[in-house]
Design a protein around this ligand. Structure first.
Ligand SMILES: [Zn+2]
Length: 408
């Protein structure tokens, strides 16, 4: 296996895995230094952003100005802070409840709605159905979270159509929606937009598990006609406002008492405090498939930002990548599955370039970045460090986080 000589990405990283002649991956080459991108243009970008938002403001107060789909994590809170408190808009918050909630997530969500004084719709799907779709998703894709990947997209879109609110704000691009800052661009087929979530609602109908299409109403896309009638558009806030997750989270801890959560599979406690599995079981599955997990992503970002050396990064990968998360038991209990079944679903999903079975029939990993610390040419491309230990995160946990799912 080849590993990026600047970060720790293996060559099977699922996007931009092309290495240049110096052994540097596409992610490192295409990395845009936010400080440089925004340095001269910060004020202009923000002005342009507010101009676009103003076009959507409800002039007579008869409707909301925009929808902000929120999970209750750091990005949600910062978006609501900016749009409501700083710019003075009237957003409607919309949440698709994945039902794998942590106590910390529920706390942060309630805290956000209370402290910022906003209206909020939260949709909770039938928890029995989620056990079934999650099992099917694991069987089909080696992923337990289809219901969340798809629902966080379709549900706010359905609300936009039903409430006739044309603007959806997100920190990154809202899949294939026409963007509010581009005029009359070609509109992709609605189906293509669900590419990222692997399956549409109709593909998740399963007789054996008892999943019918009528159980999956909120996962069905509105029609193109319905979307066009309201003129639904997406707008990515991070294109206009500097979006540095670490800086943002530290501001939110200070300003709003935002709570963080330690994870078993990465050192970054700022992300995914609201879900038991994003940094746990869901991430463990990626490791079982591809031999690397979220810590590789987190290390890559911190190395590119100059917050961590490659050497420190490799230590983090060694510490976290193979860890079986504690929340796996929480998951298995919830969906009534044994660990044996869980692992069996993964048998045919292990990548051959990464895993092999030893003579005892146990899966073994073929390679690791640990064996590539001193590859030829590493010295030439590694980044200099700007600050010592600057990748470290502030720990601000809830006093009594409990290790179980909170459905609602
Ligand atoms: Zn790289």
């Amino acid at each position: 296996m080849k590993y990026c000589k600047k970060c720790v990405n293996p060559e099977n990283v699922y996007e931009m895995n092309d290495f240049d002649e110096n052994g540097v991956c596409g992610m490192c080459r295409n990395w845009k230094n936010y400080d440089e991108v925004f340095a001269a243009e910060q004020k202009n970008k923000e002005k342009r952003f507010i101009e676009i938002l103003e076009r959507y403001r409800s002039k007579d107060g008869s409707n909301y100005d925009m929808i902000i789909p929120v999970s209750g994590g750091k990005d949600s809170l910062y978006q609501v802070h900016l749009l409501k408190k700083v710019y003075g808009f009237n957003p409607l918050l919309v949440t698709f409840n994945h039902t794998f909630n942590t106590k910390t997530g529920i706390y942060n969500m309630t805290n956000m709605v209370e402290k910022l004084g906003v209206d909020h719709i939260r949709f909770t799907p039938n928890p029995q159905l989620i056990s079934k779709t999650s099992r099917l998703s694991l069987k089909k894709f080696g992923d337990i979270c289809w219901h969340c990947h798809c629902g966080i997209f379709t549900f706010p879109l359905r609300i936009a159509v039903a409430f006739k609110i044309p603007l959806l704000i997100s920190e990154h691009k809202y899949y294939g929606l026409l963007s509010a800052d581009e005029e009359n661009k070609f509109q992709p087929n609605l189906k293509d937009r669900l590419f990222a979530v692997r399956a549409e609602a109709k593909d998740m109908v399963d007789k054996e598990l008892g999943i019918e299409l009528k159980d999956l109403v909120q996962w069905q896309m509105p029609s193109q006609e319905e979307i066009d009638k309201v003129g639904v558009r997406g707008l990515s806030i991070a294109e206009y406002i500097k979006w540095d997750s670490k800086v943002i989270t530290e501001f939110l801890i200070k300003e709003y008492g935002f709570k963080t959560k330690e994870h078993d599979r990465t050192y970054d406690c700022y992300a995914n405090a609201e879900c038991h599995h994003c940094s746990g079981t869901h991430d463990y599955l990626r490791y079982l498939k591809s031999g690397y997990g979220r810590v590789t992503d987190d290390v890559g970002i911190d190395i590119r930002k100059g917050l961590m050396t490659r050497e420190e990064g490799i230590k983090m990968v060694e510490k976290f990548d193979g860890v079986k998360p504690k929340d796996l038991d929480i998951y298995l209990k919830r969906v009534n599955m044994t660990e044996e079944e869980f692992m069996k679903y993964m048998e045919d999903k292990r990548e051959e370039s990464v895993w092999f079975k030893d003579s005892d029939g146990q899966w073994q990993i073929k390679d690791s970045v640990s064996r590539h610390k001193n590859d030829q040419g590493v010295e030439k491309v590694i980044s200099p460090l700007s600050r010592v230990d600057s990748y470290k995160r502030i720990s601000n946990p809830l006093d009594d986080e409990i290790e179980k799912h909170i459905i609602m």
